[in-house]
Design a protein around this ligand. Structure first.
Ligand code: ISJ
Length: 101
C-alpha cells in the first residue's frame, strides 16, 4: 500500500525527532565515557605509583553483576550490557599496563 503524502510528511517528522534524540544520547554517551576514562586514568596512575596490578577481577565481577541488574531494569539486553562493559574495561586495563610500562 502506498502512503498518502500526509503520512510521508508525518513519518519524516517522526524519524527526524528520533534522530535528534539519538544524537543527544550519543553525545551524552561520549561525554560520560570521557568522564569515566578520566577517573580510570587517575586509577591507572595510582596503581602504577603503588605497584598495584592493572586489573582487579573481583571488582570487575561485582561491576558486571551490578550492570546486568541495572540493564534489566532499564530494558536493555543484559548480555549486551555485559559485553559493552567488558569492552571498556579491557581498554582501561590496556591503559593501566601502559602506565606501568
Ligand atoms: C579502574 C580500575 O581498573 C580496572 C578497570 C576497571 C573498570 O574499568 O571499571 C575495573 C577494574 C580493574 O580491572 C579499578 O581497579 O578500579
Amino acid at each position: 500500500m502506498t502512503d498518502a503524502p500526509n503520512d510521508v510528511t508525518r513519518a519524516a517528522q517522526i524519524l527526524k525527532e528520533h534522530r535528534e534524540s539519538i544524537d543527544r544520547l550519543d553525545a551524552i554517551l561520549v561525554y560520560t565515557l570521557g568522564e569515566r576514562f578520566k577517573h580510570t586514568q587517575a586509577v591507572g596512575k595510582l596503581k602504577a605509583d603503588h605497584d598495584l596490578p592493572p586489573s582487579d577481577p573481583a571488582r570487575e565481577e561485582h561491576q558486571i553483576a551490578r550492570l546486568e541488574d541495572l540493564a534489566k531494569r532499564a530494558d536493555l539486553d543484559p548480555d549486551f550490557a555485559k559485553k559493552f562493559l567488558n569492552f571498556i574495561i579491557q581498554e582501561v586495563i590496556r591503559h593501566h599496563k601502559e602506565h606501568q610500562a
